[in-house]
Design a protein around this ligand. Structure first.
Ligand code: CTP
Ligand code: MG
Length: 226
């Protein structure tokens, strides 16, 4: 299998509310995106890493990884799915892609291995996910609980998400053209009637979204380094 990583990194991090896009914030010894790229670039099964950047990006070329021979950069789009689609244009027809958020710097090689190995079972593709731990509630617009949602078979969708490049490209572009709301790769496959597999991933593979996630990510990275 030819395996290519795609890293959507074109967002502006509005929920983080920092001066700069969150993927360029310092986390321990380097940037968030630097950690993410190091993990993917150092994985022996990954042939190439395609990173999708904001057209106004001012920071990428200063990263120590920017000139890595396995790395390629493309201009991303308005939504995350547009960024992924523009990177997919550079993925070979017969390759498989691991799509991984720039904002998830705590990814472990063992989780990548597990996901790649799952393709023996899930020929349609699969995603990393973590089981929901808390009791789940649905509320109404007034903030009152209307329902307890059964936790069984409920998951947090993580990344990487692993799919054949040609089928993801087709389904993602069709779903976007149809106006579907697509927040991850699996939802584009689901839109096309395909049921992706679930591979249990580590709960520390968090997405840095709000300021308090930085401390947590820092802690996870330090404990992984020991
Ligand atoms: N992303 C992207 N292209 C976009 C929007 C998001 O490549 N048009 C990327 C982000 O850079 C991030 C990943 O998709 O690595 C997950 O998105 P999210 O956590 O929502 O990041 P942002 O969109 O930057 O943050 P926010 O939604 O708070 O603005
Ligand atoms: Mg976003």
């Amino acid at each position: 299998k030819h395996i290519i990583a795609i890293v959507p990194a074109a967002g502006i991090g509005s929920r983080m509310g920092a001066e700069i896009p969150k993927q360029y914030l310092q986390l321990n010894e380097q940037s968030i995106l630097g950690h993410t790229l190091d993990c993917l670039l150092s994985h022996p099964s990954i042939e190439k890493v395609i990173v999708a950047l904001n057209p106004e990006d001012e920071f990428f070329t200063s990263l120590p990884q920017a000139k890595h021979p396995k790395l390629q950069a493309v201009v991303g789009g308005k939504e995350r799915a547009d960024s992924v689609l523009s990177a997919l244009m550079l993925a070979g027809e017969d390759s498989w892609v691991l799509v991984h958020d720039a904002a998830r710097p705590c990814l472990a090689h063992l989780d990548i291995d597990k996901l790649i190995a799952s393709a023996d079972t899930f020929s349609q593709g699969a995603i990393l996910a973590a089981p929901v731990r808390d009791t789940m509630k649905r509320s109404n617009a007034q903030g009152l609980i209307t329902e307890t949602v059964c936790r069984e078979n409920l998951w947090h969708a993580l990344t990487p998400q692993f799919f054949p490049a040609h089928s993801l490209r087709q389904n993602l572009s069709d779903a976007l053209a149809a106006g579907a709301v697509i927040t991850d790769e699996a939802s584009a496959m689901e839109w096309a009637g395909i049921a992706p597999g679930i591979v249990t991933g580590r709960a520390d593979n968090i997405k840095v979204t709000h300021p308090d996630d930085l401390q947590l990510a820092s802690l996870f990275l330090n404990s992984a380094a020991q």
